[in-house]
Design a protein around this ligand. Structure first.
Ligand code: SAH
Length: 406
């Protein structure tokens, strides 16, 4: 339960029963966000509304939320002792019951094109990856939301690693915090300007943590990024898109990849549960809540001979008619034993032109960081796979290698 959902209208009288219910909910919230093994609440797990509840519980004034957020996110200070505008008593109390715990960076790689990738150690000995893509006047951070992924999209190597759990909100927001600090250390003038939840995992299957983290990305007391510059990307978890519209106005990207259900069922198996028509209806509904000047990004990974024909471009154009969207074409990024290939540049261009002729703003996502396996769909981290999908995949790669060398 997120804090906003327990907020009450300030102008209304709150009955005693309601008060008790609210307190119960508050306690549940804090219980849920308290790390039982350490017994302390990691403040990185709390958005502004959660922190308000946290400080109210301590009998503190509401402005403590602003003070602590500015320390953590503007000044990068995570030691309570250094937070000099908090009273000594409060600092001591915080040190007893709370912590600001960041996951560690275990590796950093830099591509010849300037793309940087970090492996970040999260729970259970797993690692996830986060990627910084510098561009003209912008620094886009591609953040992971889960350890591995449950969805097993056929052309995505993260899916092949299997799934081993959700990241906490702290582990998601920490990716932004750590990279922002690292950029300062490197003396970069430009900080992070955009965040996309396009790393490992399906963000909408880790709903609460993702929303809490994106709240912080967009909060002026934290990273203060515009809602147009923070994007959640989904393979199409339809009910979660409706839920999302109730709690945030973050930007949305949807991975379409096919113009019809029979092909999409194969490429993106979650389509069998939530087919294209339902997905696009959910997108329309989400957009209705955002206002006229916003649009959705449609992602379309182009795979040779699979979904890259001009007829398919026409079909995509037909499907998207009436939806305020821009299309982002991603030429397939290869990985071992994927079974797919990237189309020729001319095919990609022709597909793009066709969509543009139909009137769609269509961008081509240039492949970045390929030399360090940092491109879309290449992130693997180190996933202790509970589903054993990883072992099956490795066996397949080895078997293929054996036939190729035979
Ligand atoms: N689960 C989310 C985020 C995934 S990654 C989602 O599905 O949207 C972001 C994008 O990269 C998705 O559109 C995904 O389909 C795409 N992608 C995955 N593997 C790829 C590959 N090998 N080449 C190109 N794009 C890929």
């Amino acid at each position: 339960m997120r804090a906003e959902r327990v907020a009450v209208d300030a102008n209304r009288t709150v009955s005693d029963t309601e008060k008790t219910n609210l307190l119960d909910k508050k306690t549940n919230l804090l219980d849920k966000k308290t790390n039982l093994s350490v017994g302390k609440t990691n403040l990185l797990d709390l958005n502004r509304a959660d922190l308000d509840l946290f400080f109210a519980d301590l009998g503190e004034r509401p402005y403590r939320t602003m003070q602590i957020m500015k320390w953590i996110y503007h000044r990068g200070v995570i030691d309570f002792a250094l937070m000099t505008d908090l009273s000594k008593v409060l600092r001591a109390r915080l040190a007893e019951i709370a912590e600001i715990r960041l996951p560690g960076i275990v590796a950093e790689q830099c591509s010849v094109d300037g793309t940087r990738k970090w492996a970040i150690r999260v729970g259970n000995g797993n690692c996830v990856e986060t990627v910084l893509i510098p561009g003209s006047g912008r620094n886009t951070l591609c953040v992971s939301s889960q350890v591995g992924c449950m969805l097993d999209c056929r052309f995505c190597s993260t899916g092949k690693q299997g799934f081993n759990g959700n990241l906490t909100a702290a582990e998601i927001i920490a990716q932004v915090w750590l990279v922002q600090r690292r950029l300062q250390e490197l003396g970069e003038a430009q900080g992070i300007t955009n965040v996309v939840l396009m790393g490992m995992g399906e963000p909408l299957l880790n709903f609460d943590a993702t929303v809490t983290a994106t709240d912080l990305m967009m909060d002026d007391w934290a990273f203060g990024l515009s809602k147009r510059r923070v994007t959640i990307s989904t393979a199409g978890v339809v009910p979660a898109i409706y839920e999302l519209g109730k709690v945030t106005d973050v930007s949305l990207a949807v991975s379409l990849h096919a113009p019809d259900n029979s092909l999409r069922n194969e490429l993106v198996p979650i389509n069998r549960k939530y087919p294209i028509e339902e997905l696009l209806e959910a997108c329309r509904h989400y957009l209705d809540g955002l206002g006229e000047r916003r649009s959705i990004t449609i992602e379309y990974t182009l795979m040779k001979g699979v979904n890259d024909s001009l007829e398919q471009a026409d079909a995509v154009a037909g499907l998207l008619r009436g939806l305020r969207c821009k299309v982002n074409l991603i030429p397939f990024n290869p990985f071992p034993a994927s079974g797919f290939e990237r189309p020729e540049t001319e095919t990609v261009k022709a597909f793009q032109n066709r969509l543009m002729n139909h009137g769609y703003a269509t961008m081509l996502r240039t492949t970045r960081g390929e030399d360090i396996d940092a491109a879309c769909g290449q992130l693997v981290g180190a996933v202790e796979d509970r589903t054993r999908r990883q072992a099956r995949y490795i066996a397949r790669v080895q078997a293929q290698g054996a036939t190729e060398t035979a």
